[in-house]
Design a protein around this ligand. Structure first.
Ligand SMILES: [Zn+2]
Length: 273
């Protein structure tokens, strides 16, 4: 029977760690309360019914008990195991990157329903074979937007002039684009091409589905990636392991000729079953 200390949360497991021989620490990004940490007792025991539900990148409904230290997960039901995503290295790496991004850019207990919806939609898209670089860039920009750090892309952040279709610059420290007249006075301003500005505006104006269909040249994709990386680095607390791993995977795919389009991830063959 549910007592006064019992409650239920719905969320995605974004991090987990082993504790002792049988238990697991589980970090959820929950639908209604943001990031939350729990202990799942016995989750590592063979045959544990809790075990599969508290695996990283699993979405579920969790029955919890409040405690002075970490709350307990006592029961769970899997809503989405994302089995297809986990079966292939590239999509799983993309999903782990997004989970680590959310984990590293949020604090415990700060509710953000729109970020949760964005994360779930991205997981669904990757699970359905849409894990490409455009999705990652779209997610990065929308994450910045949801956290209140969206780059200003219409007017110069220094003088407020409307940006013209010429080579401008982007400054993570100043929080947005700068016109050519203001650029020389900003130390961290990085050149922003007309096309890169258009791509960033496109991601803000369109949904995930539409944004994932964009096709960019390798040079333009690299420019957009670098700008977003600098913005993310200005709010993240640490280096992301999963980002280094993704870069390595991409470099290896290029070396071995595994992927035809360097800027677009190869679509995994998920439609076999
Ligand atoms: Zn200016």
């Amino acid at each position: 029977m549910a007592g006064p200390r019992d409650y239920q949360v719905e969320g995605l497991v974004i991090r987990d760690a082993v504790v002792g021989e049988r238990d697991r620490v589980v970090v959820l990004f929950s639908r209604d309360e943001g990031k939350l940490s729990f202990i799942a007792r016995g989750a590592r025991r063979p045959g544990s019914s809790l075990g599969p539900c508290v695996q990283r990148l699993t979405r579920g409904r969790f029955q919890c008990v409040r405690r002075r230290s970490l709350d307990l997960i006592t029961q769970a039901v899997t809503v989405e195991s994302y089995a297809r995503l986990k079966a292939d290295l590239w999509p799983m790496s993309c999903a782990l990157y997004l989970a680590e991004l959310v984990d590293s850019s949020t604090v415990e207990g700060a509710a953000n329903r729109r970020l949760y919806d964005l994360l779930v939609q991205a997981m669904d898209t990757i699970d359905q074979g849409g894990g490409n670089d455009m999705l990652l860039r779209f997610f990065e920009l929308r994450l910045l937007e949801q956290l209140g750090f969206c780059p200003s892309l219409r007017r110069c952040v220094a003088c407020n002039a409307v940006l013209q279709p010429v080579a401008n610059s982007l400054s993570a420290r100043q929080g947005g684009a700068m016109c050519p007249a203001c650029t020389p006075f900003c130390e961290d301003a990085l050149p922003l091409s007309v096309d890169a500005l258009k791509v960033l505006r496109f991601y803000l104006a369109n949904d995930m589905d539409m944004s994932c269909r964009a096709r960019l040249s390798a040079q333009l994709a690299a420019e957009v990636e670098e700008h977003l990386r600098r913005f993310l680095d200005s709010i993240l607390q640490k280096e992301l392991k999963s980002r280094a791993w993704l870069s390595r995977l991409r470099a290896e795919a290029l070396l071995t000729g595994n992927r035809e389009e360097p800027t677009i991830a190869r679509r995994p063959e998920l439609e076999q079953d």
